[in-house]
Design a protein around this ligand. Sequence first.
Ligand SMILES: [Zn+2]
Length: 150
Amino acid sequence: MAFTSFMDTALKEARAAAARGEVPVGAVIVCPKGKVIAQEGNRTRETNDPTAHAEILAIRAACEKLNSERLIGCDLYVTLEPCPMCAGAIAHARIERLYYGASDPKSGGVALGPRVFSHSQCHHVPEVYDGIAEQEAAILLKEFFGAKRG
Ligand SMILES: [Zn+2]
């Protein structure tokens, strides 16, 4: 089966998050049949919830949709390297493949920082593909934080 990237949809969610005044990160979950079953952006400010990262919201929505605590065979696309909290949730959800865009030297937990999936305590390790549409994701973040500071 040909590879179809859903990063464009994740980037759309990231832009929508920026428009709401949230850190521009978007996430998409695709079921084994190749259909989008959840797409979310950050909502930590809107919901006063520090756990309302795009990945967490997408995992919650997808689990509700599939009526399961696990997302066996599902893929997750996210515009930024997941933080340790989200990486933990991805492992718990048994996500099959993780595709992410920009790396996150400040808060990343996959290739950087705690490297959650490399830890011996990690119960499930997804296949990880990084650098997908990295430029677009990084530019969004740079613009957002640049505008905040300026
Ligand atoms: Zn996170």
